[in-house]
Write a protein that binds this ligand. Structure first.
Ligand SMILES: [Zn+2]
Length: 86
């Protein structure tokens, strides 16, 4: 398991997964099973740059659908839209 330093408090943050929710004017995009780092001390959730970029790309791709709530899985989404893996 990888560990990084928390950007907020400097404590160790361990690898984990989270559900990322992006609220837009037209819709809400929920991406499940997103790899992240979670700080036990302050509760901060951090993404690696590559993961943050992938979420941005997923949101950009999916928001055209104009659904009220779009639910997707991070890994599934990555394989279906051929964007770089984290
Ligand atoms: Zn922290």
């Amino acid at each position: 398991m990888n560990i990084i330093d928390c950007g907020t408090c400097g404590n160790k943050a361990a690898e984990s997964v989270t559900t990322d929710v992006t609220s837009l004017k037209e819709c809400k995009i929920i991406v499940d099973n997103v790899p992240c780092y979670n700080c036990e001390k302050c509760g901060e959730t951090m993404y690696l740059d590559s993961v943050a970029e992938n979420i941005e790309r997923i949101v950009r791709l999916l928001k055209n659908d104009m659904g009220a709530i779009i639910y997707t899985d991070y890994a599934k989404c990555l394989s279906s839209v051929s964007i770089k893996t984290a």
